[in-house]
Design a protein around this ligand. Structure first.
Ligand code: HEC
Length: 179
């Protein structure tokens, strides 16, 4: 008899602790969605391909995620620079809905129907949980809008005005580093 009273008491205390824990966790979660997004954006290297100067060794953090100045040339497809993904309405994604941003990140489809070049790692990002995609979007909403029009994409044969990563055929001479 005593034992079962103790067991009930422990059960009640346990349930209370669990409830408190759940409340604590959900509150912590609500407060940290943007922080979680920042963490994911940092780990997923969005900064590398979407901040100007990064590939030239001097990322311009005053234009964080404001669009790259270095393109990737993909044989047969064209040359593509990481676009402005800040909330700027004219040159960024400020006019996109959360749904449109999520679709672009996880399927590569832009609101205008164009399929993004696969150098944007949407194939990998398609494995992200809905919560993580939502956290990334919340973080993207929270960063300063940067006015910066990314040029391109350039079609094969078109004149490209950006520094560019190019895939060369085997047998080419290694280029000298600029002094
Ligand atoms: C390896 C380079 C690379 C990485 C890493 C990368 N992106 Fe991209 N992203 C690109 C390129 C290049 C484009 C443009 C492709 C095109 O125009 O077809 C792009 C396009 C986009 C677009 C569409 C914007 C538009 O105006 O069309 C969004 C949104 C986007 N990226 C978000 C992200 C986010 C968020 C991350 C990190 C979770 C990320 N990208 C990581 C290279 C990258």
């Amino acid at each position: 008899m005593r034992l079962s009273v103790a067991a009930v008491a422990i059960g009640v205390v346990g349930a209370a602790a669990l409830a408190a824990g759940t409340i604590f966790l959900s509150r912590a979660h609500a407060e940290s969605q943007i922080e979680r997004g920042k963490y994911l954006v940092t780990l997923a290297s969005c900064n590398d391909c979407h901040t100007p100067g990064f590939f030239l060794g001097k990322p311009d953090m005053s234009k964080y995620l404001g669009g790259s100045d270095v393109a990737f040339e993909i044989p047969g497809l064209g040359a593509f620079a990481g676009r402005n993904i800040t909330p700027d309405e004219e040159t960024g994604i400020g006019n996109w809905t959360d749904e449109q941003i999520a679709t672009a990140i996880t399927t590569g489809k832009r609101p205008d129907g164009r399929q993004l070049a696969p150098i944007m790692p949407y194939h990998a990002f398609s494995y992200m949980t809905k919560e993580d995609v939502a956290a990334i979007i919340a973080f993207l909403h929270s960063i300063p809008a940067v006015k910066h029009e990314v040029v391109g994409p350039f079609k094969p044969g078109e004149k490209n005005t950006l520094f560019t990563f190019r895939v060369l055929p085997p047998g080419e001479t290694v280029a000298q580093a600029p002094k």
